[in-house]
Design a protein around this ligand. Sequence first.
Ligand SMILES: [Fe+2]
Length: 235
Amino acid sequence: MASEGVFVHQFPLGPWDNFLYFIGDAATRTCAVVDPAWDARTILDEAARLDLRIEHILCTHSHFDHVDQVDPLLAEIDAQVHMLAEEVDFSGFTCENLVRHRPGDTLSIGSHAEITMMHTPGHTPGSVSYRLRDAIVTGDTLFVQGCGRCDFVGGDPEVMYRTLRRLLDELPLDTIIYPGHDYGPTPTSTLTMELDGNPYLAKPTLDSFVSHRMEGKTPGSALPRRPDWTPPGRS
Ligand SMILES: [Fe+2]
């Protein structure tokens, strides 16, 4: 990301192709980690390699593949944990230093990075996307050439449809998309590129979107359990 004074660092982790992010302030090397999951040691090693200090933990939503390393991280570092109050209440998520947020809340990191919390429900009721200048970290809302599933408990395809329309209405089309999973042909995208190739944004009506998104799916499904997984190189 080229925006002066701030950075977005993307890295993949885990068997489900998650993308994690460090977003923050270049001058002070302070940052937030977005969606810490799968292996705290890898996350801390990556921060050390980049000479970054993690002061905040941002959760796009409560699914374990986005939050299951919050507690292991808090055992090693002192950080505030951020989630929308609606997601906390929906999921029962709990941890130390948890800050319950409302849509539109902002968070400053260092002297340059101001993050805005945009409520983007549909995958879960309290899913949030984190905006930083011309970038947005979208969790399991918008993927490159895809969008998050709406059949898990708390998901709602009609709500997702409206969320995706709102992203298009409210954000500049050159906004850079940083998704929560590496499911597309490229690791990042822009709204312009997604308008061109994302079948979920191209669906013209609510009904056609819902039938496409829910095809072969059962509403109210349980999220799969965490598979056994050991980071490569660790036994
Ligand atoms: Fe999810």
